[in-house]
Design a protein around this ligand. Structure first.
Ligand code: AQP
Length: 331
């Protein structure tokens, strides 16, 4: 069994990326052969500053290490260093009906009213994501809730390819959407996903935020005027309360009901300081470790070099077999 997952090196890795994805990988790496990619080819589906992109790529590696990914046990590399991602992406895009891509909600959200002016890459993003996974014949893919639809598409693409060539070449990858915080929402609007690219920094807790910044952001986090409810059944109509309780549950590794057993009937003015304490205790040490790793660029680059080599060793025969099944000669 093998897992593949990744984070885009866009600005500001945040607690959504941590609680929804990276933290789960730390446990999974014990039971699965694990491949963790910094998906730079995905990042350039929207404009990136070249100098910042390179720095952000190293920052994501620092985040992986600081969160507890073991670079000896797991493979850490950047996507562009293994050419097979783009190559398999092309092979798969030739087999992917446009109708499947037209259903992808993330494209609709990100392109918004600019559908005709955004790049083709933003539209084709889910096919490249399918290639990322299938290039390693990954069996499981741990991601946040927002990637569920793309994972379903990856399964459809794998199935379509297998039918085309008449053999079970690619396994159908199984999504692993784990933990209490599968979809962390913006601190400014409980109906919107917490996102790296959201303009307002107050909308998210970044992994490198200081204790003061965390306290300030949680103090300003949007809430409603009611005290917290006693039962989780009363949360869905109160998105901001549901989000903050969910984050607290994730930080304490417990059920949200347990949080409400303690804070039900209490005001946010009482709950927010407790959430701040839990957040500072979990996140500030990660940010400190990230800064230490980032101060040693040679160390990070060494991990990327070794990781790319290990990733290519797995990918090369799988890509060669894929070409062969399609009748494509490679000399
Ligand atoms: N808010 C979130 N809650 C839970 N999980 C999340 N993930 C992202 N946001 C949340 C998960 O983190 C992993 C890496 O995500 P990504 O960097 O590849 O891109 P994304 O999903 O598009 O995240 P962002 O923050 O919204 O980035 P931008 O703004 O750059 O597009 C994935 O497993 C994702 O599910």
């Amino acid at each position: 069994m093998r897992i593949f997952s990744g984070v885009q090196p866009t600005k500001n890795p945040h607690i959504g990326n941590y609680l929804g994805a990276i933290r789960n990988w730390v446990d999974l790496q014990r039971d699965f052969q694990s491949i963790f990619c910094v998906v730079d080819l995905h990042a350039i589906t929207v404009p990136q500053d070249p100098a910042e992109l390179a720095a952000q790529t190293r920052e994501v590696v620092a985040a992986y290490l600081a969160c507890g990914i073991d670079a000896e046990r797991s493979i850490i590399f950047n996507q562009a260093s293994v050419a097979g991602h783009a190559q398999l992406g092309w092979l798969l895009s030739c087999q992917t009906p446009l109708g499947w891509l037209n259903r992808m909600t993330q494209f609709k959200d990100k392109a918004g009213k600019n559908r005709d002016s955004v790049g083709l890459g933003l539209y084709a993003y889910p096919v490249l994501m399918a290639a990322d996974i299938l290039l390693y014949k990954a069996t499981h893919v741990p991601v946040g809730e927002d990637q569920k639809q793309h994972l379903e598409l990856a399964r459809d693409i794998a199935g379509a390819f297998n039918r085309l060539v008449g053999v079970e070449h690619f396994p159908l990858p199984v999504p692993q959407i784990l933990g209490q915080a599968t979809r962390v929402m913006s601190l400014r609007d409980g109906t919107k996903k917490m996102s790296k690219s959201e303009e307002s920094d107050l909308s998210r807790i970044n992994l490198m935020d200081s204790a003061d910044a965390i306290a300030n952001k949680l103090k300003k986090a949007k809430t409603d005027p009611e005290p917290l409810p006693y039962e989780t059944a009363d949360l869905p109509t109160r998105p901001e309360a549901e989000n903050l309780v969910g984050i607290m549950a994730a930080l304490q590794n417990c059920d949200p009901q347990k949080i409400l057993n303690q804070y039900g009937g209490k005001n946010f003015s009482e709950f927010k300081p407790a959430l701040t304490d839990a957040m500072v205790a979990a996140i500030v040490p990660i940010g400190d470790k990230m800064r230490n790793y980032m101060a040693d660029q040679a160390y990070i680059d060494g991990i990327l070099v070794k990781g790319a080599h290990r990733a290519r060793e797995i990918a090369t025969p799988i890509l060669a077999e894929t070409h062969k099944l399609l009748g494509i000669l490679q000399f």
